[in-house]
Design a protein around this ligand. Sequence first.
Ligand SMILES: *Cc1c(COP(=O)(O)O)cnc(C)c1O
Length: 243
Amino acid sequence: MTTDTHIAADRLAAVREGVDRAARLTQRQGDDIRLIAISKTHAAPAIRPLIAAGQHVFGENRVQEAQDKWPALREEQPGIELHLVGQLQSNKAADAVTLFDAIHSLDRPSLLTALAKAMDRADRRIPCFIQVNIGAEEQKGGCPIAETPALIAAARDADIPLLGLMCVPPADVEPAPFFALLAKMAREEGLPRLSMGMSSDYETAVMLGATDIRVGSALFGDRPPPARPVPGSGRGMARNSLA
Ligand SMILES: *Cc1c(COP(=O)(O)O)cnc(C)c1O
């Protein structure tokens, strides 16, 4: 093993241990929780060691960046599963449908229409999570809580396979109440999966029912510091400012 692979294997083992610990506390199995390695901003040489360490599920937050990086990596390593976790513009829906195996950011009726059309054209159904704006933050993506049941019903009508709900809670406050609320919403809608929890809070998320955790920096190391938020850019949150 190369040094890079050792580092990647150590980080992966540490996250897996955290997942197992949190799962055990709530009488679940760590193996039942899907760890999505968020590789945004990291180029192929940083990603390969994690693949070599055994990680096969990855997530990106931009369609273009994923298109640039993943076709080649997938040729090197068959069996990669790629998730889109960032906001999706309707005009990129067709690209997203060909590139990704799951989409975590379905959050509005116009995108639902675009995705349904793209899936029909490609004859490929991509399972989706509905992203909920769980902290009711103005600048943030995600469907308003009150509008979520209608969006879920519309997705079901349009034959979009729904996995569950996803959220990114507000930065710098205790995330547990937001995770608990998302779990309650999913339960009420009969949706089985919960995409919640990032590097700083995945153990809390697992204890509150996360089935899919999205972990970047704990696996790859820190990303370059974010540029200062641009007012009106729609990126209101430091944690998400590279999204
Ligand atoms: C970047 C990102 C993550 C991972 O964040 P880390 O704090 O690096 O673990 C998870 N979810 C979304 C939507 C992201 O944009």
